[in-house]
Design a protein around this ligand. Structure first.
Ligand SMILES: *[C@@H]1O[C@H](CO)[C@@H](O)[C@H](O)[C@H]1NC(C)=O
Ligand SMILES: *[C@@H]1O[C@H](CO)[C@@H](O)[C@H](O)[C@H]1NC(C)=O
Length: 167
């Protein structure tokens, strides 16, 4: 049994679990995990991500401007933050865990999780929460070691997200 209904603008999907996973390739709760590699020291990566969250912390969202990010400190090697979704004001939690793998190479595990408990579809919002910070801080530019990887099974709508729609 599959049931779709719209509640508060979010899409709710209830289904018998076997059938559900057979055709629904995403996490059961809207969320995203992405791995990045940068040809930089982790302290540089960390500095840029934090600065980008602070730069985009305004409550005033003008067109074409990212906004409503919040830097929420650090826990060990993990940067904590949040992003409030523009339309419905759910607070998505995000974090980046940084690991120096060798001199000048930093591996990052990033997570974003929807604050709306019933959300299963996010139109790529959780992925874009993370990717926009990386691209906005130009961490991808002139970096021969730059690599991003994820899959639909750990990142809602990864393969079809167009983050430029959210910028
Ligand atoms: C990062 O976020 C994920 C998903 O919300 C969570 O499972 C994980 O515990 C968080 N990591 C830290 C260090 O807070
Ligand atoms: C990225 O690729 C590595 C190596 O294949 C894999 O172990 C890891 O799970 C992938 N990360 C994601 C978020 O899919």
């Amino acid at each position: 049994m599959v049931l779709y209904s719209v509640r508060g603008g979010g899409l709710v999907v209830a289904a018998s679990l076997g059938l559900f996973s057979a055709f629904f390739p995403y996490p059961s709760h809207a969320s995203c995990q992405v791995d990045w590699v940068f040809g930089k020291e982790c302290y540089t990566v960390k500095d840029r991500l934090i600065k980008q969250m602070e730069l985009w912390s305004s409550d005033q969202c003008s067109a074409k401007q990212q906004c409503r990010y919040k830097y929420e400190g650090e826990k060990g090697d993990t940067i904590l933050g949040s992003h409030t979704t523009p339309v419905l004001s759910f607070v998505d939690n995000l974090n980046f865990t940084l690991t120096d793998v060798s001199s000048g190479t930093c591996k990052v595990k990033a997570f974003s999780e929807s604050g709306a408990s019933y959300a299963v579809i996010d139109f790529g919002g959780n992925y874009c929460n993370l990717r926009n910070l990386v691209i906005g801080s130009k961490l991808d530019e002139n970096d021969e070691k730059y690599k991003e990887n994820s899959t639909n099974s750990v990142c809602t709508m990864y393969s079809i997200a167009h983050c430029n729609l959210y910028t």
